[in-house]
Design a protein around this ligand. Sequence first.
Ligand code: BJW
Length: 258
Amino acid sequence: MTEGTAEITQELVDRLADASSLAVFTGSGISAESGIPTYRGNIALWAGFRAEDLSSVEAFERDPEQVWQWYEARRRQIAEARPNPGHAAIATLERALGRFRLVTQNIDGLHQRAGSVDPIELHGSIWRARCTREHIIVDLSECPLASLPPVCGRCGAILRPDVVWFGEPLPHGPFEAAQDAAAFCGAMLVVGTSAQVMPAASLPLVAKQNGAFVVEVNTEPTAISALVDATIVGPAGGVLPELADRVVERAASGGAPR
Ligand code: BJW
């Protein structure tokens, strides 16, 4: 397979279907067609603030109520959104292929709502919170929240979103599981991430260094396009349904179509 912009060729389908296991690694681009903004390249502001001004430990320590208002606005937007055909195609691959792992940087929970079971969430979830005193993690699927900022039902301390802000370590268990998925997969599908945020962005490189066939699906070339085996340029919701259908059909047939 040559590097560069690729069509969904039979060779590409064969390589994914024949892989010993498939890892799918997603970023916010997979949810763009559900109406959820991506992180970079957007100049969308909330109440005059840039996302990075609110998505940080410093912002939370300075004004937790303001940070929670921002997260609550996003929670409501996500709650009203629907998984799109890209999420559904990934769930189809998971159901059809024996050895499969989904690793996501997304906090929106749309993979689960599309039918994916237990994806590895590297940057946490907007549907959970963490006690700032006892650090226990609590479900926060209630939407809208009754009051802001939410407080811990056990000790009364303020809760914080159970997400990973810049400068914070990724949760150990999920990151270790993601590294294993990348190191031991036969193929990796990288969808809708600019691959700029470390250490998550190292996962496609880990896969490649360990011999995996790595395919990227994105609306534009990214930081890793020169390193992967193929980049399919197009929207995930347009590309993935056809790709998944062909991989599943090919895997079910047990051999290349004549
Ligand atoms: C489509 C599409 C369609 C659009 N179809 N595609 C070097 C080494 C290690 C670390 C660093 C380093 N240099 C700097 C760092 C630190 C930092 C970092 O990486 N900074 C970079 C910006 C340079 N990393 C960290 O701080 C991380 N922690 C860490 O390193 O800890 C070390 C440590 C160890 C021990 C103790 C203490 C510390 C933490 C990173 C946390 C990231 N958090 C966020 C916010 C989550 C919460 C929230 O949402 O509020 O996670 S930031 C944001 O970026 C979010 C995302 O998950 C993440 C990735 O973004 P993503 O998904 O790639 O989005 P975009 O917008 O960049 O790209 C979208 C893509 O979709 C584009 O390519 C489009 O083209 C495409 N697209 N429509 C297909 N329809």
